[in-house]
Write a protein that binds this ligand. Sequence first.
Ligand code: PEP
Ligand code: MG
Length: 482
Amino acid sequence: MRDPELSADADRRIGEGRPAALAWQDAVDAVADRFERLPDAYLQERAQDVRSIGERVMRLLLGVTEPESLGEGILVVDELDPALAISLDAAEIQGVVTRRGGGLGHGVLIARARGVPVLTGVGDRAAVTAGTMIAFDVRSGRLEIDPPAEVQAAFGDMLDRRRRERERALADAHLPALTRDGARVAVKANVSSVATARLGAGLGAQGSGLVRTEAVFAQWHRAPTVEQQVEVYTAMAEAFAPHPVTVRTWDVGGDKPLDFIPVAEEANPFLGVRGIRAFRDDPGLLLDQLEALCRVARTHRINVLFPMVTSVDDVDWSRARLQEAARRVGLSAPPHQLGVGIMVEVPAVAVRLTRLARGLDFVSIGTNDLSQYTLAAERGNPAVSRWSDALDPALLQLVRYICDRAPQGVVVSVCGELASDPDVAGLLVGLGVRELSASPSAVPTVKARLRTVSLRELQDLAAGAVAARDAAAVRELLLTAP
Ligand code: PEP
Ligand code: MG
Protein backbone atom coordinates (compact mmCIF):
# COMPACT_ATOMS: atom_id res chain seq x y z
CA MET A 1 0.00 0.00 0.00
CA ARG A 2 1.97 2.96 -1.26
CA ASP A 3 -0.57 5.78 -1.02
CA PRO A 4 1.26 8.25 1.28
CA GLU A 5 -1.92 10.03 2.36
CA LEU A 6 -3.66 6.82 3.41
CA SER A 7 -0.68 5.38 5.28
CA ALA A 8 0.07 8.74 6.95
CA ASP A 9 -3.51 8.91 8.18
CA ALA A 10 -3.32 5.34 9.53
CA ASP A 11 0.05 6.13 11.20
CA ARG A 12 -1.41 9.23 12.82
CA ARG A 13 -4.32 7.26 14.25
CA ILE A 14 -1.96 4.56 15.56
CA GLY A 15 0.11 7.36 17.15
CA GLU A 16 -3.07 8.49 18.93
CA GLY A 17 -3.36 5.04 20.49
CA ARG A 18 -5.76 3.32 18.05
CA PRO A 19 -5.06 -0.39 17.49
CA ALA A 20 -3.46 -0.84 14.03
CA ALA A 21 -6.38 -2.72 12.49
CA LEU A 22 -8.94 -0.15 13.59
CA ALA A 23 -6.68 2.76 12.61
CA TRP A 24 -6.31 1.25 9.16
CA GLN A 25 -10.05 0.63 8.82
CA ASP A 26 -10.83 4.24 9.82
CA ALA A 27 -8.30 5.63 7.35
CA VAL A 28 -9.72 3.50 4.52
CA ASP A 29 -13.31 4.43 5.45
CA ALA A 30 -12.39 8.13 5.41
CA VAL A 31 -11.00 7.93 1.84
CA ALA A 32 -13.83 5.69 0.61
CA ASP A 33 -16.40 8.07 2.13
CA ARG A 34 -14.84 10.97 0.26
CA PHE A 35 -15.22 9.06 -3.02
CA GLU A 36 -18.80 8.17 -2.18
CA ARG A 37 -19.71 11.81 -1.67
CA LEU A 38 -18.38 12.90 -5.11
CA PRO A 39 -21.06 13.88 -7.61
CA ASP A 40 -19.65 11.77 -10.44
CA ALA A 41 -21.11 8.22 -10.45
CA TYR A 42 -17.92 6.68 -11.85
CA LEU A 43 -15.80 8.25 -9.13
CA GLN A 44 -18.33 7.21 -6.48
CA GLU A 45 -17.84 3.60 -7.51
CA ARG A 46 -14.09 3.88 -6.90
CA ALA A 47 -14.94 3.81 -3.18
CA GLN A 48 -15.43 0.08 -3.68
CA ASP A 49 -11.86 -0.26 -5.02
CA VAL A 50 -10.50 1.56 -2.00
CA ARG A 51 -12.47 -0.71 0.34
CA SER A 52 -11.34 -3.85 -1.43
CA ILE A 53 -7.65 -2.84 -1.18
CA GLY A 54 -8.35 -1.91 2.44
CA GLU A 55 -9.68 -5.42 3.09
CA ARG A 56 -6.62 -7.04 1.56
CA VAL A 57 -4.30 -5.04 3.79
CA MET A 58 -6.57 -5.82 6.73
CA ARG A 59 -6.23 -9.55 6.05
CA LEU A 60 -2.45 -9.17 6.07
CA LEU A 61 -2.59 -7.21 9.32
CA LEU A 62 -4.73 -9.85 10.96
CA GLY A 63 -2.77 -12.76 9.56
CA VAL A 64 -5.73 -14.12 7.58
CA THR A 65 -4.44 -16.02 4.55
CA GLU A 66 -4.97 -14.25 1.26
CA PRO A 67 -7.04 -16.53 -0.98
CA GLU A 68 -6.14 -17.08 -4.59
CA SER A 69 -8.20 -14.81 -6.80
CA LEU A 70 -11.39 -16.74 -7.43
CA GLY A 71 -12.45 -14.77 -10.45
CA GLU A 72 -15.87 -15.13 -12.03
CA GLY A 73 -18.02 -18.20 -11.77
CA ILE A 74 -19.56 -20.38 -9.09
CA LEU A 75 -17.43 -21.66 -6.25
CA VAL A 76 -18.15 -25.24 -5.11
CA VAL A 77 -16.80 -26.11 -1.66
CA ASP A 78 -17.45 -28.65 1.06
CA GLU A 79 -18.24 -25.98 3.63
CA LEU A 80 -18.06 -22.19 3.61
CA ASP A 81 -16.15 -20.93 6.61
CA PRO A 82 -16.19 -17.27 7.71
CA ALA A 83 -12.57 -16.62 6.58
CA LEU A 84 -13.36 -17.69 3.01
CA ALA A 85 -16.70 -15.88 3.09
CA ILE A 86 -14.98 -12.62 4.07
CA SER A 87 -12.71 -12.90 1.02
CA LEU A 88 -15.52 -13.28 -1.54
CA ASP A 89 -16.07 -10.40 -3.89
CA ALA A 90 -19.75 -10.12 -4.85
CA ALA A 91 -18.80 -8.13 -7.94
CA GLU A 92 -16.82 -11.10 -9.28
CA ILE A 93 -18.17 -14.35 -7.94
CA GLN A 94 -21.65 -15.38 -9.04
CA GLY A 95 -22.43 -17.73 -6.23
CA VAL A 96 -21.30 -20.48 -3.89
CA VAL A 97 -22.56 -24.06 -3.65
CA THR A 98 -21.67 -26.06 -0.54
CA ARG A 99 -21.72 -29.83 -0.49
CA ARG A 100 -22.04 -30.26 3.23
CA GLY A 101 -22.60 -26.92 4.92
CA GLY A 102 -25.89 -26.11 6.65
CA GLY A 103 -27.84 -23.00 5.66
CA LEU A 104 -27.25 -20.98 8.82
CA GLY A 105 -23.53 -21.35 9.46
CA HIS A 106 -21.84 -18.00 10.02
CA GLY A 107 -19.79 -18.24 6.81
CA VAL A 108 -23.05 -18.55 4.86
CA LEU A 109 -24.59 -15.59 6.66
CA ILE A 110 -21.50 -13.44 6.00
CA ALA A 111 -21.43 -14.33 2.27
CA ARG A 112 -25.15 -13.56 1.91
CA ALA A 113 -24.74 -10.25 3.73
CA ARG A 114 -22.09 -9.42 1.11
CA GLY A 115 -24.61 -10.10 -1.62
CA VAL A 116 -23.27 -13.52 -2.71
CA PRO A 117 -25.99 -16.15 -3.36
CA VAL A 118 -25.24 -19.40 -1.48
CA LEU A 119 -26.92 -22.77 -2.02
CA THR A 120 -26.07 -25.13 0.83
CA GLY A 121 -25.88 -28.84 1.58
CA VAL A 122 -26.41 -30.23 -1.92
CA GLY A 123 -24.26 -33.33 -1.24
CA ASP A 124 -22.86 -35.40 -4.08
CA ARG A 125 -25.01 -33.64 -6.63
CA ALA A 126 -22.18 -31.09 -6.69
CA ALA A 127 -19.39 -33.62 -7.29
CA VAL A 128 -18.17 -31.62 -10.30
CA THR A 129 -14.87 -30.75 -11.90
CA ALA A 130 -13.63 -27.23 -12.62
CA GLY A 131 -15.17 -25.78 -15.76
CA THR A 132 -18.50 -27.60 -15.43
CA MET A 133 -21.51 -25.41 -16.08
CA ILE A 134 -23.79 -25.06 -13.07
CA ALA A 135 -27.06 -23.21 -12.65
CA PHE A 136 -28.79 -22.81 -9.32
CA ASP A 137 -31.58 -20.92 -7.66
CA VAL A 138 -31.37 -20.26 -3.94
CA ARG A 139 -35.06 -19.45 -3.58
CA SER A 140 -36.31 -22.81 -4.85
CA GLY A 141 -33.18 -24.82 -3.97
CA ARG A 142 -32.93 -26.00 -7.58
CA LEU A 143 -29.50 -27.07 -8.86
CA GLU A 144 -28.73 -28.04 -12.48
CA ILE A 145 -25.41 -29.55 -13.55
CA ASP A 146 -24.55 -29.20 -17.24
CA PRO A 147 -28.04 -27.91 -18.02
CA PRO A 148 -29.31 -28.36 -21.59
CA ALA A 149 -29.97 -25.27 -23.72
CA GLU A 150 -33.67 -24.97 -22.83
CA VAL A 151 -32.93 -25.08 -19.07
CA GLN A 152 -30.20 -22.48 -19.54
CA ALA A 153 -32.70 -20.28 -21.38
CA ALA A 154 -35.29 -20.69 -18.61
CA PHE A 155 -32.68 -19.70 -16.00
CA GLY A 156 -31.73 -16.72 -18.18
CA ASP A 157 -35.39 -15.58 -18.27
CA MET A 158 -35.70 -15.99 -14.52
CA LEU A 159 -32.53 -13.95 -13.97
CA ASP A 160 -33.89 -11.20 -16.22
CA ARG A 161 -37.15 -11.14 -14.26
CA ARG A 162 -35.31 -10.99 -10.96
CA ARG A 163 -32.98 -8.28 -12.25
CA ARG A 164 -35.97 -6.16 -13.25
CA GLU A 165 -37.62 -6.82 -9.89
CA ARG A 166 -34.39 -5.77 -8.15
CA GLU A 167 -34.09 -2.59 -10.21
CA ARG A 168 -37.66 -1.58 -9.34
CA ALA A 169 -37.05 -2.44 -5.68
CA LEU A 170 -33.89 -0.32 -5.63
CA ALA A 171 -35.68 2.63 -7.17
CA ASP A 172 -38.28 2.51 -4.36
CA ALA A 173 -35.88 1.43 -1.61
CA HIS A 174 -36.45 4.53 0.50
CA LEU A 175 -40.25 4.36 0.44
CA PRO A 176 -41.98 2.77 3.42
CA ALA A 177 -43.18 -0.84 3.28
CA LEU A 178 -46.98 -0.60 3.33
CA THR A 179 -49.15 -3.53 2.29
CA ARG A 180 -51.87 -2.79 -0.30
CA ASP A 181 -54.38 -2.39 2.52
CA GLY A 182 -52.15 -0.05 4.50
CA ALA A 183 -50.43 -2.24 7.13
CA ARG A 184 -47.04 -0.72 7.91
CA VAL A 185 -43.99 -2.92 8.35
CA ALA A 186 -40.63 -1.56 9.50
CA VAL A 187 -37.81 -3.18 7.54
CA LYS A 188 -34.40 -2.85 9.17
CA ALA A 189 -30.96 -4.29 8.50
CA ASN A 190 -28.77 -6.78 10.36
CA VAL A 191 -25.28 -5.36 10.50
CA SER A 192 -21.86 -6.58 11.51
CA SER A 193 -19.66 -3.55 10.75
CA VAL A 194 -19.87 0.20 10.21
CA ALA A 195 -19.60 -0.48 6.46
CA THR A 196 -22.64 -2.82 6.44
CA ALA A 197 -24.53 -0.24 8.52
CA ARG A 198 -23.88 2.35 5.82
CA LEU A 199 -24.79 -0.16 3.13
CA GLY A 200 -28.08 -0.97 4.88
CA ALA A 201 -28.96 2.70 5.39
CA GLY A 202 -28.22 3.38 1.72
CA LEU A 203 -30.54 0.54 0.73
CA GLY A 204 -33.48 2.01 2.64
CA ALA A 205 -33.26 0.09 5.93
CA GLN A 206 -35.23 1.88 8.64
CA GLY A 207 -32.55 1.40 11.28
CA SER A 208 -30.83 -1.77 12.41
CA GLY A 209 -32.76 -4.47 14.25
CA LEU A 210 -29.56 -6.36 15.05
CA VAL A 211 -25.95 -5.34 15.39
CA ARG A 212 -23.99 -8.55 15.95
CA THR A 213 -21.25 -7.05 18.13
CA GLU A 214 -19.41 -10.37 18.36
CA ALA A 215 -19.04 -10.15 14.59
CA VAL A 216 -18.06 -6.45 14.62
CA PHE A 217 -15.12 -7.24 16.88
CA ALA A 218 -14.54 -10.83 15.72
CA GLN A 219 -10.96 -10.20 14.62
CA TRP A 220 -9.86 -8.45 17.79
CA HIS A 221 -7.49 -10.22 20.11
CA ARG A 222 -8.03 -7.79 22.96
CA ALA A 223 -11.36 -6.43 24.11
CA PRO A 224 -12.22 -3.00 22.70
CA THR A 225 -12.24 -0.25 25.31
CA VAL A 226 -15.41 1.63 26.20
CA GLU A 227 -14.17 4.56 24.08
CA GLN A 228 -13.52 2.36 21.05
CA GLN A 229 -16.99 0.88 21.34
CA VAL A 230 -18.56 4.33 21.72
CA GLU A 231 -16.90 5.30 18.46
CA VAL A 232 -18.20 2.28 16.54
CA TYR A 233 -21.77 2.39 17.90
CA THR A 234 -21.92 6.14 17.30
CA ALA A 235 -20.85 5.69 13.69
CA MET A 236 -23.58 3.09 13.23
CA ALA A 237 -26.22 5.28 14.90
CA GLU A 238 -25.20 8.15 12.65
CA ALA A 239 -25.43 5.97 9.55
CA PHE A 240 -29.07 5.16 10.34
CA ALA A 241 -30.20 8.44 11.93
CA PRO A 242 -33.03 9.33 12.50
CA HIS A 243 -33.87 5.61 12.79
CA PRO A 244 -32.71 3.65 15.83
CA VAL A 245 -30.00 1.02 16.01
CA THR A 246 -30.40 -2.11 18.11
CA VAL A 247 -27.08 -3.31 19.49
CA ARG A 248 -26.93 -6.86 20.77
CA THR A 249 -24.56 -7.49 23.67
CA TRP A 250 -21.73 -9.98 23.12
CA ASP A 251 -23.28 -13.22 21.86
CA VAL A 252 -20.25 -15.37 22.45
CA GLY A 253 -20.22 -19.19 22.64
CA GLY A 254 -21.82 -21.84 20.41
CA ASP A 255 -20.05 -21.38 17.07
CA LYS A 256 -19.03 -17.77 17.83
CA PRO A 257 -15.63 -17.61 19.49
CA LEU A 258 -14.15 -14.30 20.65
CA ASP A 259 -10.48 -14.29 21.61
CA PHE A 260 -11.09 -11.79 24.37
CA ILE A 261 -13.99 -13.67 25.97
CA PRO A 262 -12.73 -17.25 26.30
CA VAL A 263 -15.40 -19.85 26.98
CA ALA A 264 -14.40 -23.25 28.41
CA GLU A 265 -14.57 -26.24 26.08
CA GLU A 266 -17.91 -28.00 26.36
CA ALA A 267 -19.48 -31.20 25.07
CA ASN A 268 -22.54 -29.30 23.73
CA PRO A 269 -21.52 -25.68 23.13
CA PHE A 270 -24.91 -24.68 21.71
CA LEU A 271 -26.52 -25.85 24.94
CA GLY A 272 -23.76 -24.40 27.06
CA VAL A 273 -22.35 -21.06 28.13
CA ARG A 274 -23.70 -18.81 25.36
CA GLY A 275 -24.73 -15.17 25.13
CA ILE A 276 -25.66 -13.58 28.43
CA ARG A 277 -24.75 -16.78 30.32
CA ALA A 278 -21.06 -16.14 29.65
CA PHE A 279 -21.10 -13.09 31.95
CA ARG A 280 -22.95 -14.32 35.01
CA ASP A 281 -19.72 -15.05 36.90
CA ASP A 282 -17.70 -12.15 35.55
CA PRO A 283 -19.77 -9.31 34.05
CA GLY A 284 -16.79 -6.97 33.46
CA LEU A 285 -16.81 -6.89 29.66
CA LEU A 286 -20.60 -6.82 29.52
CA LEU A 287 -20.57 -3.78 31.83
CA ASP A 288 -18.06 -2.03 29.56
CA GLN A 289 -20.31 -2.66 26.59
CA LEU A 290 -23.42 -1.44 28.42
CA GLU A 291 -21.53 1.64 29.57
CA ALA A 292 -20.64 2.42 25.96
CA LEU A 293 -24.29 2.02 24.96
CA CYS A 294 -25.50 4.29 27.80
CA ARG A 295 -23.03 6.93 26.65
CA VAL A 296 -24.11 6.75 23.01
CA ALA A 297 -27.79 6.71 24.01
CA ARG A 298 -27.45 10.16 25.55
CA THR A 299 -27.17 11.66 22.09
CA HIS A 300 -28.33 8.97 19.63
CA ARG A 301 -31.27 6.62 19.15
CA ILE A 302 -30.04 3.27 20.31
CA ASN A 303 -31.53 0.08 21.80
CA VAL A 304 -29.87 -2.74 23.70
CA LEU A 305 -30.69 -6.39 23.02
CA PHE A 306 -29.74 -9.27 25.34
CA PRO A 307 -29.02 -12.64 23.63
CA MET A 308 -29.68 -16.21 24.78
CA VAL A 309 -31.95 -15.21 27.63
CA THR A 310 -33.82 -18.20 29.09
CA SER A 311 -35.43 -17.21 32.39
CA VAL A 312 -37.00 -14.33 34.29
CA ASP A 313 -33.83 -14.29 36.33
CA ASP A 314 -31.74 -13.76 33.15
CA VAL A 315 -33.89 -10.74 32.24
CA ASP A 316 -33.73 -9.27 35.75
CA TRP A 317 -29.99 -9.86 35.98
CA SER A 318 -29.36 -8.25 32.57
CA ARG A 319 -31.44 -5.21 33.46
CA ALA A 320 -29.63 -4.87 36.78
CA ARG A 321 -26.31 -4.79 34.87
CA LEU A 322 -27.69 -2.07 32.61
CA GLN A 323 -28.68 -0.10 35.69
CA GLU A 324 -25.15 -0.57 37.07
CA ALA A 325 -23.63 0.64 33.79
CA ALA A 326 -25.89 3.72 33.85
CA ARG A 327 -24.58 4.58 37.32
CA ARG A 328 -21.04 4.35 35.98
CA VAL A 329 -21.80 7.21 33.59
CA GLY A 330 -23.38 9.28 36.35
CA LEU A 331 -27.03 8.49 35.67
CA SER A 332 -29.51 7.15 38.19
CA ALA A 333 -31.20 5.02 35.47
CA PRO A 334 -30.47 4.07 31.84
CA PRO A 335 -31.24 6.99 29.45
CA HIS A 336 -35.00 6.80 28.81
CA GLN A 337 -34.53 6.72 25.04
CA LEU A 338 -32.42 3.54 25.34
CA GLY A 339 -34.94 0.83 24.41
CA VAL A 340 -34.39 -2.54 26.08
CA GLY A 341 -35.22 -5.92 24.58
CA ILE A 342 -34.37 -9.62 24.59
CA MET A 343 -33.78 -12.18 21.89
CA VAL A 344 -36.40 -14.92 21.70
CA GLU A 345 -34.22 -17.86 20.74
CA VAL A 346 -35.15 -20.39 23.40
CA PRO A 347 -38.62 -22.02 23.31
CA ALA A 348 -38.98 -21.48 27.08
CA VAL A 349 -38.95 -17.73 26.46
CA ALA A 350 -41.61 -17.99 23.77
CA VAL A 351 -43.82 -20.07 26.04
CA ARG A 352 -43.48 -17.61 28.96
CA LEU A 353 -43.29 -14.45 26.89
CA THR A 354 -46.02 -12.58 28.73
CA ARG A 355 -44.01 -12.85 31.93
CA LEU A 356 -40.52 -12.41 30.50
CA ALA A 357 -41.28 -9.44 28.27
CA ARG A 358 -43.04 -7.45 30.98
CA GLY A 359 -41.55 -3.98 31.14
CA LEU A 360 -39.44 -4.40 28.01
CA ASP A 361 -39.66 -2.24 24.90
CA PHE A 362 -39.28 -5.03 22.35
CA VAL A 363 -38.45 -8.67 21.75
CA SER A 364 -36.56 -9.94 18.73
CA ILE A 365 -37.17 -13.45 17.43
CA GLY A 366 -33.94 -15.17 16.41
CA THR A 367 -35.37 -17.81 14.10
CA ASN A 368 -31.91 -19.30 13.45
CA ASP A 369 -31.52 -20.40 17.03
CA LEU A 370 -35.20 -20.74 17.84
CA SER A 371 -35.45 -23.36 15.10
CA GLN A 372 -32.42 -25.33 16.27
CA TYR A 373 -33.70 -25.40 19.85
CA THR A 374 -37.31 -26.13 18.86
CA LEU A 375 -36.43 -28.85 16.37
CA ALA A 376 -33.40 -30.25 18.26
CA ALA A 377 -31.21 -30.01 15.15
CA GLU A 378 -27.99 -28.00 15.17
CA ARG A 379 -28.11 -25.04 12.80
CA GLY A 380 -24.76 -25.62 11.07
CA ASN A 381 -24.79 -29.43 10.99
CA PRO A 382 -25.59 -30.64 7.46
CA ALA A 383 -26.34 -34.16 8.70
CA VAL A 384 -29.46 -32.85 10.43
CA SER A 385 -30.38 -30.04 8.06
CA ARG A 386 -33.58 -31.83 7.01
CA TRP A 387 -34.81 -31.42 10.60
CA SER A 388 -33.62 -27.86 11.13
CA ASP A 389 -35.75 -26.06 8.56
CA ALA A 390 -36.91 -22.74 9.99
CA LEU A 391 -40.08 -22.98 7.90
CA ASP A 392 -41.25 -25.94 9.96
CA PRO A 393 -44.89 -25.27 10.95
CA ALA A 394 -43.91 -25.79 14.60
CA LEU A 395 -41.67 -22.76 14.37
CA LEU A 396 -44.30 -20.72 12.56
CA GLN A 397 -46.79 -21.55 15.30
CA LEU A 398 -44.31 -20.32 17.87
CA VAL A 399 -43.87 -17.06 15.97
CA ARG A 400 -47.63 -16.56 15.94
CA TYR A 401 -47.85 -17.43 19.63
CA ILE A 402 -45.16 -14.85 20.43
CA CYS A 403 -47.00 -12.13 18.47
CA ASP A 404 -50.28 -12.99 20.23
CA ARG A 405 -48.75 -13.06 23.70
CA ALA A 406 -46.43 -10.06 23.62
CA PRO A 407 -47.55 -7.60 26.29
CA GLN A 408 -49.22 -4.41 25.06
CA GLY A 409 -46.65 -1.95 23.73
CA VAL A 410 -43.85 -4.52 23.34
CA VAL A 411 -42.75 -4.58 19.70
CA VAL A 412 -42.14 -8.03 18.17
CA SER A 413 -39.38 -8.11 15.60
CA VAL A 414 -37.78 -10.97 13.63
CA CYS A 415 -34.03 -10.74 13.00
CA GLY A 416 -33.29 -14.36 12.01
CA GLU A 417 -32.53 -15.30 8.39
CA LEU A 418 -36.19 -15.97 7.61
CA ALA A 419 -36.76 -12.21 7.51
CA SER A 420 -34.25 -11.85 4.66
CA ASP A 421 -36.18 -14.11 2.31
CA PRO A 422 -38.61 -11.93 0.33
CA ASP A 423 -40.92 -14.93 -0.13
CA VAL A 424 -41.08 -15.53 3.62
CA ALA A 425 -41.18 -11.94 4.92
CA GLY A 426 -44.88 -11.65 4.03
CA LEU A 427 -45.64 -14.91 5.82
CA LEU A 428 -44.08 -13.47 9.00
CA VAL A 429 -46.26 -10.38 8.64
CA GLY A 430 -49.29 -12.64 8.22
CA LEU A 431 -48.33 -14.31 11.51
CA GLY A 432 -48.42 -10.92 13.25
CA VAL A 433 -44.86 -9.56 12.97
CA ARG A 434 -44.62 -5.83 12.11
CA GLU A 435 -40.86 -5.36 12.23
CA LEU A 436 -38.27 -7.30 10.26
CA SER A 437 -34.50 -7.04 10.29
CA ALA A 438 -32.92 -8.49 7.17
CA SER A 439 -29.58 -8.82 5.49
CA PRO A 440 -28.82 -5.31 4.06
CA SER A 441 -28.90 -6.46 0.44
CA ALA A 442 -32.35 -8.04 0.95
CA VAL A 443 -33.99 -4.88 2.35
CA PRO A 444 -35.19 -3.31 -0.95
CA THR A 445 -36.72 -6.56 -2.26
CA VAL A 446 -38.39 -7.41 1.04
CA LYS A 447 -39.97 -3.95 1.12
CA ALA A 448 -41.03 -4.12 -2.53
CA ARG A 449 -42.62 -7.54 -2.11
CA LEU A 450 -44.67 -6.40 0.91
CA ARG A 451 -46.09 -3.55 -1.16
CA THR A 452 -47.60 -6.00 -3.66
CA VAL A 453 -49.83 -7.88 -1.19
CA SER A 454 -52.61 -7.19 1.29
CA LEU A 455 -52.47 -8.07 4.97
CA ARG A 456 -55.62 -10.14 4.45
CA GLU A 457 -53.83 -12.30 1.88
CA LEU A 458 -50.84 -12.70 4.17
CA GLN A 459 -53.03 -13.76 7.07
CA ASP A 460 -54.66 -16.43 4.88
CA LEU A 461 -51.21 -17.59 3.79
CA ALA A 462 -50.10 -17.76 7.42
CA ALA A 463 -53.17 -19.80 8.41
CA GLY A 464 -52.37 -22.31 5.65
CA ALA A 465 -48.67 -22.45 6.58
CA VAL A 466 -49.28 -23.10 10.26
CA ALA A 467 -51.61 -25.99 9.35
CA ALA A 468 -49.27 -27.43 6.69
CA ARG A 469 -47.79 -30.92 6.99
CA ASP A 470 -44.15 -29.80 7.05
CA ALA A 471 -41.64 -27.22 5.84
CA ALA A 472 -41.78 -28.62 2.29
CA ALA A 473 -45.53 -28.05 2.19
CA VAL A 474 -45.00 -24.49 3.47
CA ARG A 475 -42.55 -23.92 0.60
CA GLU A 476 -45.15 -25.17 -1.88
CA LEU A 477 -47.66 -22.70 -0.43
CA LEU A 478 -45.14 -19.88 -0.79
CA LEU A 479 -44.59 -20.72 -4.47
CA THR A 480 -48.29 -20.27 -5.22
CA ALA A 481 -48.82 -17.35 -2.80
CA PRO A 482 -49.86 -13.95 -4.18
C1 PEP B 1 -30.81 -15.93 15.45
O1 PEP B 1 -30.48 -16.81 16.24
O2 PEP B 1 -31.77 -16.04 14.66
C2 PEP B 1 -30.04 -14.68 15.36
C3 PEP B 1 -30.46 -13.65 14.66
O3 PEP B 1 -28.85 -14.65 16.02
P1 PEP B 1 -27.50 -15.31 15.44
O4 PEP B 1 -27.79 -15.83 14.06
O5 PEP B 1 -26.48 -14.25 15.46
O6 PEP B 1 -27.25 -16.41 16.43
MG1 MG C 1 -29.00 -16.45 17.74
